[in-house]
Design a protein around this ligand. Structure first.
Ligand SMILES: C[S@@+](CC[C@H](N)C(=O)[O-])C[C@H]1O[C@@H](n2cnc3c(N)ncnc32)[C@H](O)[C@@H]1O
Length: 147
């Protein structure tokens, strides 16, 4: 591959117009739903949820209704990641996982928390990679979880 010394690193990775468009989409993605849910405990996901929701979150004081719904939606999205991890088999602390299409990195952090293993997350979006590395650093797991 021919490279240009002064070009940013991603210029050598994103080669087609389609790849550039996908990267641009995710670089600019700041959906407050995804971010608010991740703010609950610092695990940021970009997927749906799994399981039955707890209808009791719709009861109670109006002032805290949104917070209860956000927490419940976040519980369900993390439950989905848990099901994925359930299927990975007996991962050991010395193992190393690849989280391909890692988004903001929540599943990688969960994998490391559960198994103690190393995780390499890969995203087409540099903004997501930077965000996820910052989360790993904040949690003190950046020696084992890298994006
Ligand atoms: C629906 S999100 C899922 C993110 C994460 N796995 C999760 O469950 O929270 C899809 C992710 O794939 C990434 N992606 C899309 N195309 C990619 C590619 N060709 N190489 C690496 N990442 C890619 C996007 O940046 C986005 O983060």
């Amino acid at each position: 591959m021919t490279t240009t010394p002064d070009a940013p690193a991603h210029a050598h990775v994103l080669r087609t117009a389609y790849q550039k468009a996908v990267a641009e989409y995710w670089n600019n993605e700041k959906d407050p739903v995804n971010l608010s849910l991740g703010d609950v405990d610092g695990l940021y996901h970009h997927h749906y949820g799994l399981g039955e929701y707890d209808p009791s979150v719709l009861e109670g004081p109006e002032e805290t209704r949104d917070a209860r719904i956000i927490e419940e939606l976040h519980r369900l999205e993390s439950a989905q990641a848990d099901v994925l991890l359930d299927h990975l088999g007996p991962i050991q602390p010395g193992d190393r996982l690849l989280d391909a299409g890692c988004g903001r990195g929540g599943s990688s952090i969960m994998a490391n928390a559960r198994f103690g293993c190393e995780v390499d997350g890969v995203s087409i979006s540099q903004a997501q990679v930077d965000f996820a590395n910052e989360q790993a650093r904040k949690r003190g797991v950046d020696a084992k979880v890298r994006y």
